[in-house]
Ligand binder design. Sequence first.
Ligand SMILES: [Zn+2]
Length: 166
Amino acid sequence: MVFEQSLERTNRRSPADRFEDFLRSRGMRNTQQRRIMLDVAFAQTGVFDAEQLIEQLPGKSSPGYVSRPTVYRTLAEFVDAGLLKKFELDGRSVYQHDAGSEQIAHLFCVECRSLVEIRSAVVMESIQKVAQESNFQMTGHRLLVRGTCQDCRQRRRRTKRRVDLV
Ligand SMILES: [Zn+2]
């Protein structure tokens, strides 16, 4: 019980404070690059990958530039510090803010690789119900629905039409 309470208190502190503690415990210094990475990573909602972050980071000529190896290394530090959760999704590493139990459901477009979070109470309840009925103690789930998004289907239709005319 005491442990749970202290854990709760730790989680209520800001990611920046928790990361400072982590760095101090390892005898590491916070850097401008780490601060920029933290800001960008914690501005994300839902699941994201390293490439997505790189697109949002300052460009090569700007003072806040973070190199690709540093991006990956810092993400690994965030995972070690317990700030982010890392997992594999369709063969790539993706990250999510570490927020309690793992309940993830997404629609995944196999063409443009876009990922849309499913926020459906019905889906979540159904999964829980299925687990309960099998007397299965669920600790989390990752649901990935594969297919083609509307944009990609429309693009395909347009291309086909053009080909038909030739
Ligand atoms: Zn698509």
